[in-house]
Ligand binder design. Structure first.
Ligand code: TYD
Ligand code: MG
Length: 451
């Protein structure tokens, strides 16, 4: 007889409890516990990977580690984010807002790769006719890709055994279900168990498994956080639905560096990669306007020129607004405090809005200086000349700190016709860079004098 037991699992951290409780003891989140029935006998041994045989510890040097051959996806930008291509037997989770283009990106890649590898695309969200229509409209090669509309993991596994695909897409993990797990699809236990079974099968058969995952309104992965621990690589497709550009970013990668950025343009021909994205986020005309400055940020291995904008306006509210779009809210608050204390600029009664043009999200600290200068420029209603770029981190005592890859950033700006760069003193190039004059600053006051 199969013994089952009931446990309660936290959807955020994956901790298990014998009894239901309102708050998770481990991560202190409220209302995240859901019931899960597990097969008592097998689950324990499965979870510990115990096979009944005595395993012996080995010396690390005795293990032969051959360099795995990676599959290139046919898209340079996607490969870059993955750290050089897909690794056989790995599980990649692709996540993003509804309409970000996850299904589009995957159908494009799968159609292209299906001529070299056996590939299976499983959808639980769209009908097969919809997929076929989209692939035809995008003029993709249709002949070799196998597609299946299915949400039952048991059925998927049986087709898997039969077709033995080398590449497999599950769109999406939130609609999959296993019969012997008693919770609705998308629930913590379903997502967790389905993913575990599929990932295990991928490892066993050396298949590349591409899972699509939805995100919640707050931008977190819908369903259990434990999913992030199970997969090898987690990439996010970001960008507003009405924005032209989508960025692909990895936040976990067992086979490469994280924070590498891939840029795609959403067009009527699907997602097209932008292989030289350094200036696509620039929207400046010849005229210079107050509250706007171009900064050079570093994304992965490349510089990116992005326009930062600020609007400082007298507030009609008792509690002035601080809104950051594309930047971190906390960073803005910190910078305003630094500006007050070390720049002598009082914006306590002003609304402050800042924005990174083009819908890109900036997480790098080298944008600090640009934000401050844009805010000051808007406050004084004085434009910064449009041929000026800047970058630099601002410290709490008002010092301008150096950032990595200073020279390359300045060179990239010069390449795009900028003639003046305001940079941290320690980032001053040793030899002059043709076409651009570089001003090194050490303190916030110097920067304010400079504009
Ligand atoms: P989709 O891949 O269905 O998004 P997801 O699977 O992430 O939810 O993409 C849908 C969006 O992409 C939709 O809003 C329209 C847009 N789109 C284009 O602009 N051009 C195209 O060629 C395609 C296929 C989609
Ligand atoms: Mg989709």
């Amino acid at each position: 007889m199969v013994k089952t037991k009931t446990v309660y699992v936290c959807g955020d951290c994956g901790s298990e409890f014998a009894k239901w409780q309102g708050q998770c003891n481990d991560c202190s989140e409220w209302n995240t516990l859901t019931r899960l029935s597990v097969d008592n006998t097998s689950s324990k041994s499965r979870r510990r990977g115990y096979t009944g045989q005595l395993e012996q510890a080995q010396s690390l040097s005795d293990i032969s580690a051959v360099d795995v051959e990676r599959m290139t996806t046919g898209s340079e930008e996607f490969d870059r984010v993955l750290g050089g291509g897909l690794v056989p037997g790995s599980a990649v989770l692709i996540s993003g807002n509804p309409g970000a283009g996850k299904s589009t990106l995957l159908i494009q890649i799968m159609c292209k790769l299906s001529s070299q590898f056996s590939a299976l695309y499983v959808t639980g969200e769209e009908s097969l006719a919809q997929i076929a229509m989209r692939a035809k409209r995008l003029k993709l090669p249709l002949d070799d890709l196998k597609v299946m509309s299915q949400t039952s993991v048991e059925s998927i596994l049986s087709v898997w055994d039969e077709l033995k695909p080398e590449l497999m897409v599950i769109d999406s993990i939130q609609v999959m279900n296993l019969e012997d797990v008693d919770s609705a699809p998308g629930g913590v236990s379903q997502v967790r168990e389905c993913a575990a079974v599929l990932i295990q099968q991928a490892k066993k058969t050396n298949t590349v498994l591409l899972l699509v995952g939805h995100v919640t309104k707050e931008g977190n992965l819908a369903g259990p956080r434990v999913l992030e621990h199970m997969i090898d690589c987690f990439v996010m497709l970001e960008g507003d639905n009405d924005a032209r550009y989508r960025t692909l970013r990895s936040s976990k990668n067992r086979f490469g560096a994280v924070n590498e950025l891939g840029v795609f343009a959403m067009t009527e021909r699907g997602l097209i990669e932008v292989s030289n994205p350094s200036a696509i986020f620039l929207s400046r005309g010849e005229e210079s306007t107050a509250g706007s400055i171009v900064m050079v940020v570093w994304e992965g291995t490349r510089p990116l020129l992005v326009e930062a904008q600020a609007l400082v306006d007298e507030s009609a509210l008792g509690n002035p607004r601080r809104v950051a779009v594309g930047f971190e809210q906390n960073r803005l608050a910190m910078l305003l405090a630094v500006l007050h204390r070390h720049g002598g600029l009082q914006v306590g009664d002003q609304d402050v809005f800042v924005n990174a043009v083009g819908g890109i999200r900036i997480s790098e600290t080298s944008s600090d200086l640009a934000l401050l200068l844009a805010i000051v420029s808007s406050f004084r209603d004085k434009a910064v000349p449009s041929d000026t770029v800047c970058f630099g981190e601002v410290g709490l005592s008002g010092e301008i700190r150096p950032v990595p890859n200073g020279q390359e950033r300045i060179r990239e700006a010069a390449k795009h016709g900028f003639t003046r760069a305001i940079v941290p003193k320690a980032n001053l190039p040793k030899k002059p860079i043709p076409g651009i004059s570089v001003i090194g600053i050490g303190k916030l006051e110097d920067a304010l004098n400079e504009i």
